[in-house]
Design a protein around this ligand. Structure first.
Ligand code: SF4
Length: 698
């Protein structure tokens, strides 16, 4: 809580900029015309262990930025004009009601975000289904971890970021990091890997370019973007041939191995190595190292997951864990390294098109009946499954959806095929955006509602381990901004649907969320604010007496028969494309977060990396006569981005890398193809075929 000490205020909080959720105390010393802030990391935090990265140290800067919105804005004559909450909410309710009367309940859609607190994610799902009565809700987590979630659900029957407690990592003898750049995306986790290495671990990293994370690798494999699954399949083939698998575990705990074994007999290792563009011997070495280790863990992140076959690719890695019996025991397990601040919790509480709270299925009669009983409505009152995030923008583009409510997200910058998303938003009859700033998405809005920052907003987050933690909201709201949960309750009332939205604190919402999760896969029902304050608790936690679950799958998996399920072998097939010969992959830089709405408003963070770039190999640069700092046009059939060249011998010659945090003509999501994974509906952000052109300035 805020404690006044003379002119100094102290705020206990958590950094909002990644799934580690590092805790800290921020002090604010009030000077004459400004304030001086200091971030002090919390040494008692069991995950961050008293560390903060540069983003955490400067996380407060955007909260006092001059561009923060102080009160509701309504677009009038093409310009935003300040108005009162009463007028803004009345206007939204009236316009949404009119649209739904003319075109049906589904004419209004909702888009959420993986940085919302658990309470807000839960309430947003309930708001869409009950207050608006629409099937159309999805969120930006669909763009983030949905393939890892789908793969884990299909294989283990449940999806929790890390299947073990983080501290077990340092005792793993072999660690595979596939498509994850922890050093820039979750920097405070790197000491776990350093300690593991010091203890003798062999670390294998899969990434098409050298990064801060590859520096720690004993073996760095550089696959073509989109082919990590081929490497994993190749590793499993070697493990079987070298008899480094655990047939007792396979027999006792899994289904479907015979099918995978027979499929792998039909594929040559050379074929898999060729598909991935890595030497066969590297795959062999990775497999033998992992197979011979007594303990081992595998981590995947967006490099594997944000692909048109991301779910199948992640499953190839899970097959390795199952075949070697390295799951459900000490220092053996899987981690999907969540990116967003509440990426894990954001996907558990019902803002996904196909899910209800507690990781329940919206199509299951039992799940629907249980949630209806918690919400005190009839089962038939809960709408059916909608569509995934990008498909929602396609629905808007076709004018099947005519009004949108967007909270905690900036989809103009974070979606693929940016031109389609902009066109779709411009076709809406009504767009309402809840944000702290006039983001690139909010520019299209008819009404913008100002929300509170992480310093002001109390709630819970579920970090990438699956640890549910409490974040105090100790600073008073900025201007007339309101908390997201308050906005939802007040808008429900304006829509004459206040039943079920009469909450007076986030704790009350959390208590209902816990009840809604009871008996579900992500069971929070034994949690309370009191219990999670301090270190937090790992779910599932089904009773008040339960201490939480550090390690999953010790005795059984979450499938119906308790056994894990192998899928099929997947080997991506690459086709040559003479017109678009280069592979584009996108990602983050250390000092920015997501679409940059907050981090681009931090001078300290922007100073470190003020603009995006296209990273390319010197051989590639030379073939296009490109020098460092030259302007380069990166073009696909969907659009183009103009970027400054930066050369690196550490990237594959057939691949270029561009960070995605910036807007305008440099936004790389203009270029990214809207290709979706058939299971998770995740877009393929990490692989688009492009061509390059040096721009000759007049
Ligand atoms: Fe911690 Fe992540 Fe914030 Fe860095 S960005 S301080 S690692 S929560």
């Amino acid at each position: 809580k805020q404690k006044q000490q003379g002119k100094e205020a102290r705020y206990d909080t958590r950094c909002p900029f990644c799934s580690v959720q590092c805790s800290m105390t921020l002090t604010e010393e009030k000077l004459v015309a400004t304030s001086r802030f200091k971030a002090i990391p919390n040494k008692q935090d069991p995950t961050s262990e008293g560390r903060l990265c540069i983003k955490g140290v400067h996380a407060h800067q955007h909260t006092v930025h001059r561009e923060r919105i102080r009160q509701p804005l309504v677009k009038t004559g093409g310009a935003f004009v300040e108005t009162s909450w009463e007028v803004a909410l009345g206007l939204i309710a009236e316009r949404f009601k009119r649209l739904q009367k003319s075109y049906g309940q589904d004419a209004v859609g909702v888009f959420g975000g993986g940085s919302l607190t658990n309470e807000e994610a839960y309430l947003l799902g309930k708001f869409a289904r009950l207050a608006l009565g629409t099937r159309y809700i999805d969120y930006n987590g669909r763009y983030c971890m949905s393939s890892a979630a789908a793969a884990a659900n299909l294989t283990f029957g449940v999806d929790r970021g890390l299947t073990n407690e983080l501290r077990e990592v340092e005792d793993a003898e072999c660690i595979v990091l596939a498509g994850t750049n922890l050093a820039e995306c979750q920097p405070t986790l790197m000491p776990y890997l350093r300690r593991a290495k010091k203890n003798g671990a062999f670390i294998i990293v899969l990434d098409p370019r050298e990064t801060g994370t590859t520096k720690i690798a004993n073996l760095h494999l550089k696959p073509k973007p989109g082919t990590d699954g081929a490497i994993a399949a190749g590793m499993l083939k070697v493990l079987i041939e070298e008899e480094l698998i655990d047939r007792t575990f396979i027999e006792a705990r899994t289904n479907g191995f015979e099918q995978v074994e027979s499929e792998l007999q039909e594929i040559a290792l050379a074929e898999l190595a060729l598909a991935a563009g890595v030497p066969e011997e590297q795959i062999r070495e990775a497999a033998i190292r992992f197979g011979e280790a007594q303990t081992g863990m595998i981590f995947t992140a967006r490099g594997v997951e944000q692909q048109a076959t991301g779910t199948a690719d992640v499953r190839q890695f899970l097959h390795i864990l199952l075949a070697t019996g390295k799951i459900g025991r000490y220092a053996c397990g899987y981690g999907a390294v969540t990116g967003q601040g509440n990426g894990q919790g954001g996907r558990e509480h019902g803002q996904k098109a196909d899910q209800l709270p507690g990781y329940r299925s919206i199509e299951s009669p039992e799940d629907r009946a249980y949630i209806a009983s918690v919400w005190n409505v009839e089962e038939k009152d809960i709408p059916r499954k909608g569509v995934s995030a990008f498909e929602l923008f396609q629905k808007i583009d076709q004018q099947d959806v005519r009004g949108m409510f967007i909270m905690g997200s900036n989809p103009v910058l974070s979606s693929p095929h940016e031109n389609l998303v902009k066109r779709a938003l411009s076709r809406l009859d009504v767009l309402v955006v809840v944000d702290m700033f006039i983001s690139e998405t909010a520019e299209y809005a008819d009404i913008i509602l100002p929300t509170t920052s992480y310093l002001e907003d109390e709630g819970t987050m579920t970090n990438f381990e699956g640890r549910v933690v409490h974040r105090p909201g100790s600073k008073p709201p900025f201007g007339k901004a309101k908390h997201d949960w308050q906005i939802l309750c007040e808008l429900a009332e304006a829509l004459d649907r206040s039943h079920g939205f009469q909450f007076s604190s986030p704790e009350e919402i959390f208590n209902e969320l816990c009840l809604a999760s009871k008996g579900g896969k992500a069971d929070y029902s034994g949690l309370s604010y009191e219990k999670i304050k301090g270190e937090g608790v790992l779910w599932p936690c089904p009773t008040k007496e339960h201490e939480g679950t550090g390690r999953l799958f010790e005795d059984r998996f979450y499938t119906e028969d308790g056994r894990a399920q192998f899928g099929s072998v997947h080997c991506p097939v690459d086709s040559e494309n003479d017109e678009y010969p280069i592979l584009l992959t996108t990602g983050r830089v250390l000092t920015q977060y997501l679409s940059g709405t907050q981090t681009r408003r931090s001078d300290a963070l922007l100073f470190k990396e003020p603009e995006p770039f296209v990273l390319l190999h010197p051989e590639t640069a030379s073939s296009y006569q490109i020098q460092d700092e030259d302007w380069v046009m990166v073009r696909s059939p969907y659009g183009e981005a103009k970027l400054k060249a930066r050369q690196s011998e550490g990237i594959r010659e057939d691949t270029v890398f561009v960070p995605f945090h910036w807007a305008g003509s440099v936004s790389i999501n203009h270029v990214v193809a809207p290709e979706l994974d058939p299971t998770s509906r995740m877009p393929a952000f990490k692989r688009t075929k492009v061509k390059l052109k040096k721009i000759i300035e007049e």
